[in-house]
Design a protein around this ligand. Structure first.
Ligand code: NAP
Ligand code: MG
Length: 488
C-alpha cells in the first residue's frame, strides 16, 4: 500500500479511479466575436484577448475586446429593440421566449457545464449539478412572472426601466448572466451584458442559445472585454440602469460614476459571511455544512461562510473534525467527476489568496493546510483552515475569496451576534442549532441580507438574494428581483 493510500485508509476514505468528463463536449470555436443586434461581429478595433483554462494555463479560445465604440453600438441596438419591439411585446410573448431559453439551456446543459468548468476551473460536478440547472431555473422562474407583473405587488401595469447595462464576475459566469438577464427580460427591458474577462465563454454559448430561441435582435447584447469595457457601459448616457456584481471597490467606483446621472443602480458586492455553530447542533450535518459553506466553488463565493464562529464548548472537537474532513477533500482536475475542489480562477486571485494567508500566519493564527498533492500547472491552493483567529486579524476582516476558513470562538449567543456583525459587509450568515427559538433570536439580530438555518449556500430562484452595507443594495431572485427592473 502506498503512503497516500495508507493515509487515506486511516482516514476512512476510498480511492477513486479517475472519471474525467470529455473536453470535446464543449465544441468550442477557436475565436468569438461580440454579440450585437442578434449576430456575432468583429470588434471595431480588431482587438482580442485569450481566455485560459486555469487548471492547466492552456488557451481555450480568443475573445473580442469591446471598445467604447462597440459598447455604443450594443447600447444603440438595445435601445432600438426596446423602442420598436420589446416594449411592445406582451408579457405572455416575453414569457414564451424565456421558457424557450430555459429549455435550450437544459438541452445544452452538458456542453455548458463543460465550457464553464474549462473556463472557470470549478469542478464539473458543481457546474453540472448547480450552475447550469440553476441558470435554467432562473429563466423558468421569471418566465412565469412575465405575464403576471400586475400581480407582483408594484401596482397595476408596472413599466420597465429601458436599457439595462449588466456587469458580472467570474465566479458563477452563466448563473450570474441568468440572474441578470431573466428578470430584466421578464420585466420588459433590453440588455447589454459584460461578462468577466477570465470567463466569457458560457455567456457566448448563451448568445447562440438566444439566436436559437429567435429572441428579437438587440434585446440582449453581449460585449466581452475587461474593466474598460465595463466602465464604458457604466458611463454610457443611453443606459437607464446599471446592475453590477463584483468587488466592493469596483462597486464603489461605479456608484460614484452614476451618482450624477439619472441611472438606476443595484450592486451585489463582497462578503465575509459568519457561520455560527452552537453546541446543540447536530454535528455531522454541521461539519458538512461548514465545509460546503467555505470550500464550495473553491471559496469563490461572495456569500461564503468564511468566518466560522463556534461555541467554545465544542470548539476543539469541531476543529479536529474539520481538519480531518479537509484532508479528505479531493483537489485536482476540475473535469474529473470525483473532484471536490478545483482550480483558482486566475493568477491574480491566487496571488491575493497567498498574500492574505501569509498575513494570517504572520498575525499569529494557527494554520492547517490539506496535504493534498497539487497539480504542477495551473493555479492551485490547498484547502486551508486558520484557528486561533481574532477579530482584528486581516483574515477575519477581509474577503479572501478562496478556500480558506477562519475559525473564531464565542461563549454566549450575544457574543456570537456581536462578532458576526463586526464586519463592514452584510451579505449572508448561517446559524446551526437544534433550538428553533435560539435560531430565530440570533437571526433577528444579524445584519445580513440572507440567513440560512441549519444549512448553507442554498440558492433558489424564488428567494431574494442581496446584501446590506458594503455588500451592496438591491435584490436578485424572487418577486423582489423584479423591482430592480421596473419603474416603481
Ligand atoms: P471585479 O473586479 O469587481 O469585477 C467584476 C466585473 O466588473 C468584471 O466583469 C470586471 O471586468 C468588471 N469591472 C472591473 N473594473 C470595472 C470598472 N471600473 N467599471 C465597470 N466594470 C468593471 O471583481 P472580481 O475581482 O473579478 O470578482 C470577485 C469579487 O466579486 C469578489 O469580491 C466577490 O465578493 C464579488 N462577488 C459578489 C457577488 C454578489 O452577489 N454580491 C457575486 C460574485 C462575486 P474584468 O473581468 O475584466 O475585471
Ligand atoms: Mg476581475
Amino acid at each position: 500500500m502506498t503512503e497516500k493510500k495508507l493515509a487515506n485508509s486511516q482516514l476512512g476514505s476510498l480511492e477513486y479511479d479517475p472519471a474525467p468528463e470529455s473536453a470535446s463536449i464543449a465544441r468550442l470555436k477557436p475565436s468569438y466575436g461580440l454579440f450585437i443586434d442578434g449576430s456575432f461581429s468583429d470588434p471595431s478595433k480588431h482587438e482580442q484577448f485569450v481566455t485560459l483554462n486555469p487548471a492547466n494555463e492552456e488557451v481555450i479560445a480568443t475573445v473580442a475586446q469591446a471598445s467604447a465604440g462597440d459598447v455604443d453600438a450594443a447600447v444603440a441596438a438595445a435601445r432600438h429593440a426596446y423602442e420598436t419591439v420589446w416594449s411592445k411585446t406582451t408579457g405572455a410573448e416575453r414569457s414564451k421566449y424565456l421558457f424557450r431559453i430555459a429549455r435550450l439551456i437544459q438541452e445544452r446543459a452538458r456542453e455548458l457545464a463543460v465550457v464553464e468548468t474549462l473556463d472557470n476551473g470549478k469542478p464539473i460536478r458543481e457546474s453540472r449539478d448547480v450552475d447550469i440547472p440553476l441558470a435554467a431555473a432562473h429563466f423558468f422562474y421569471y418566465a412565469g412572472w412575465a405575464d403576471k407583473l400586475d400581480h407582483a405587488g408594484f401596482g397595476a401595469d408596472p413599466r420597465p426601466i429601458g436599457v439595462a447595462g449588466q456587469i458580472i464576475p467570474w465566479n458563477f459566469p452563466l448563473l450570474m448572466a441568468a440572474w441578470k438577464l431573466a428578470p430584466a427580460l421578464a420585466a420588459g427591458n433590453t440588455c447589454v451584458l459584460k461578462p468577466a474577462e477570465t470567463t466569457p465563454l458560457s455567456a457566448l454559448i448563451l448568445a447562440e442559445i438566444l439566436q436559437q430561441a429567435e429572441l428579437p435582435p438587440g434585446v440582449v447584447n453581449i460585449v466581452t472585454g475587461n474593466g474598460t469595457t465595463g466602465a464604458a457601459l457604466v458611463d454610457h448616457p443611453g443606459v437607464d440602469k446599471i446592475a453590477f456584481t463584483g468587488s466592493t471597490d469596483v462597486g464603489r467606483l461605479i456608484q460614484q460614476r452614476v451618482a450624477s446621472s439619472q441611472k438606476r443602480l443595484t450592486l451585489e458586492l463582497g462578503g465575509k459571511g459568519a457561520n455560527i455553530v452552537f453546541e446543540d447542533a447536530p454535528i455531522d450535518e454541521m461539519i458538512e455544512g461548514i465545509i460546503d459553506g467555505i470550500f464550495f466553488n473553491q471559496g469563490h463565493v461572495c456569500c461564503a461562510g468564511s468566518r466560522l464562529l463556534v461555541q467554545e464548548s465544542i470548539a476543539d472537537e469541531v476543529l479536529r473534525r474539520l481538519v480531518r474532513r479537509v484532508e479528505q477533500l479531493r483537489v485536482g482536475d476540475p473535469m474529473d467527476k470525483n473532484t471536490d475542489v478545483g482550480a483558482i480562477n486566475s493568477a491574480a486571485q491566487l496571488a491575493r489568496i497567498q498574500e492574505l494567508t501569509a498575513f494570517g500566519e504572520g498575525e499569529g493564527a494557527t494554520r492547517y493546510t490539506s496535504s493534498c498533492v497539487l497539480p504542477e500547472n495551473g493555479y492551485w491552493f490547498a484547502p486551508t483552515i486558520f484557528a486561533d483567529v481574532s477579530q482584528s486579524h486581516r483574515i477575519a476582516r477581509e474577503e479572501i475569496f478562496g478556500p480558506v476558513l477562519s475559525v473564531l470562538t464565542f461563549r454566549t449567543p450575544e457574543e456570537a451576534v456581536a462578532k458576526a456583525n463586526n464586519t463592514n459587509y452584510g451579505l449572508a450568515c448561517g446559524v446551526w442549532s437544534e433550538k428553533g427559538s435560539r435560531t430565530l433570536w440570533v437571526a433577528q439580530r444579524l445584519r445580513a441580507g440572507v440567513i440560512w438555518a441549519n444549512t448553507y449556500n442554498r440558492f433558489d430562484p424564488t428567494s431574494p438574494f442581496g446584501g446590506v452595507r458594503e455588500s451592496g443594495f438591491g435584490r436578485e431572485g424572487g418577486r423582489h428581483g423584479l423591482e430592480a427592473y421596473l419603474n416603481v
